[in-house]
Design a protein around this ligand. Sequence first.
Ligand code: SAM
Length: 235
Amino acid sequence: MPNAPKTGCLTLVATPIGNLGDIPLRAIEILKEADCIACEDTRVTGKLLSKLGLKTKPELLSYRNENEQSLAEPLAARIADGQAIVLVADAGTPAISDPGFRLVRACRKNGLKVTAVPGPCAAVTALALSGLPSDGFLFVGFLPPKRAARVRFFDAQQDFEYTIILYESCHRISKCLDDLVETLGADRAISVSRELTKLHETIHSGPAGKVREQVAQASQKGEFVISIAKKNYSL
Ligand code: SAM
């Protein structure tokens, strides 16, 4: 189980999306040995470190959408000085709909070592559990919050050849499914994953019209991933 270099390196560490037991084994050692952990919310990562039993905690630096750009070069400079910097998100894989790529880009630009401890990612987990074709897919993160932009996006995907995966918040899941059914039709095969790896994990797969009803009748609390199959695919 070779570890990442301890010095002069950025390591992207994936963390659980709901179940603490999903922390990669190698992550624990890397987190313990870091000079600094760049994380979204220092309280969330602080709690994770406590749950993992890490008593002496490395420096936690808040690295969010708002300061991602301005902190990328200073963090790269610390790595160039020989420090071991770890990047984590609040949950899942850093840099996937979360801050990270600007820091990776700064490291690449400066010829610095970048590596990863791979692990949980909501998009990949939802796709794998969906029953939709997974040989090729487009991940689009969050759709725009405005209805018109969402409808335009769906409309442009009428004939897309691969499965599409998107993230949606509990506040917009119903509206998003309404727009999807209206644009792509009630027969389009989709899958909606809620609360993956958590106690109330629920996955509804089938024609969009039916899945929309199932989601409307169930609890809409929590986190959601929507996967959309190509046209004329049926489950
Ligand atoms: N970087 C994360 C990853 O690798 O999955 C994604 C971060 S993004 C800011 C958060 C979104 O991911 C949520 O709004 C939801 O759409 C999705 N998500 C995260 N955890 C989830 C879970 N346990 N079940 C379903 N969706 C989840």
